[in-house]
Design a protein around this ligand. Sequence first.
Ligand code: FAD
Length: 563
Amino acid sequence: MSHRTVHLFRKGLRLHDNPTLLAAVESSQILYPVYILDREFVTSVMHIGALRWHFLLQSLQDLQKSLCQLGSCLLVLQGEYEPVLKAHIQKWNITQVTLDAEMEPFYKEMESNIRRLGEELGFEVLSLVGHSLYDTKRILELNGGSPPLTYKKFLHILSLLGDPEVPVRNLTAEDFQDKWFTCFPAALCCARALRAALAPALGVCNRAELSFSRRCRPPDLGLAECYRVPLPVDLNIPLESLSPWKGGETEGLQRLEQHLTDQGWVAHFTKPKTIPNSLLPSTTGLSPYFSVGCLSVRTFFYRLSNIYAQAKHHSLPPVSLQGQLLWREFFYTVASATPNFTRMVGNPICLQIPWYEDAEKLHKWKTAQTGFPWIDAIMTQLQQEGWIHHLARHAVACFLTRGDLWISWEEGMKVFEEMLLDADYSINAGNWMWLSASAFFHQYTRIFCPVRFGKRTDPEGKYIRKYLPILKNFPPKYIYEPWTASEEEQKQAGCIIGQDYPFPMVNHKEVSDHNLQLMKQVREEQQRTAQLTRDDTDDPMETKVKRGHSEDVSKGKVAKVME
Ligand code: FAD
């Protein structure tokens, strides 16, 4: 059947490897590419700060531009998604809505509401998986209906599944520009006859041009002006300092290509060897683009496979680049089938810990006033740019929770959700549980020191000097602990501790010893919960570089990396 389709973008803001959009194009005579900006919905289900709004709007703008280049356009509808969608479905006589299947409970609920609307109004709904490498339902099935709770078990299930589906072809102008339909709207009903009659007159002889049954008409381009992508100012989003990450598929693909040119770096990528306080990201920095689907993970996965195939040696999961994508997949799988995954209470895999409630301390952590320059520099980078390195996330997350402040991981997760450009329901919660040793991570006696951790990879403190310029004149020996400098030295550095920069908010040694005892007790009392996600090889910071696994890019590769 040839549908009149609304393709509803939620994530998946891209034209490459977009299986749902491609299916929409291939099954439609006319396609309305739509994004519904429902601010009430968004702010009711997530914390989203200014930088994330900017990134999203930039991504929509880029999508709009790319669709225009193909002869189509993006229509941004504003308001409550259900009535807005209903009104436009009726107005445009829609017979099909296509949308990516998503993992988050609120997006699942949205999909069921749309399906219900479909039954009421008589349109079909098509949803396909496009945001992850695998359909997590398949993984659950293969694991007997429940999620594998350790990375090792997860990789074992993947070895049964084989490699992910290969990316689908990119959309092109051909998909949207059908001369027949645009010139002769009547041709929609008797296209074949008209084609035969008019082809000679129009000089159309190319078979590809005639096979218009697979092409679809763009919406009336006049609509584009009524439904343009809003500017931040239209939404009263403050123009804070802009992040160096610019949203959009174009930028995401450029960054991807840039990384992939350095094949040696890609092949030997070993996550624990990357540096948390380098001034430019020492990892790919692609997470914001994966997060809203400006980049396809399958595209990245297969580009990596090709590089691995040409390399003599390459690193392996959990520390390789493909291994990172599999961590993403792991958290998606567990989150998709764990009740209350983003909360402690009612979450069966999460230790129930009596965390302190302390709004003042939480505020100091969030606003970079802990008095520990390493922690405060990281929180400043997060605030200003919306991205921090994985190990930097380790440092501040451990500090907030089991390390120093004993404040709930849920509080930290909310702050990250607001500020991170890559904020993701499943990955954020999964990693916060990990760092707070509430699930997945069990070497809880390892507590990061807020002074020594950063020093190892940046003894001069260049990172701190960049993000906390008030401290920039301290000599290296004081930059991580400026309170140990004498009064005279502080004066010389132009920064008096307690006046221009705070004293450390806690005595790390004392509080971390105390917290360790608390954690020991919790784990003794809740051994059964702790065991659920326990697997001693689950530490991604463990270095594992094996040799001679590079040749196979076809099925069974995941099995090989398990050896
Ligand atoms: P790379 O090292 O280049 O990895 C490539 C891709 O693999 C990433 O873009 C990401 O999609 C995926 N990936 C890497 N590490 C992980 C991981 N540990 N878990 C799951 N996927 C991973 N990542 C998010 O994308 N969103 C979040 O909300 C998020 N919250 C986090 C919270 C905490 C407390 C911690 C410790 C980590 C969190 N991470 C989150 C995971 C990780 O830190 C980021 O994915 C990574 O730093 C992004 O940088 P990159 O793209 O350069 O990663």
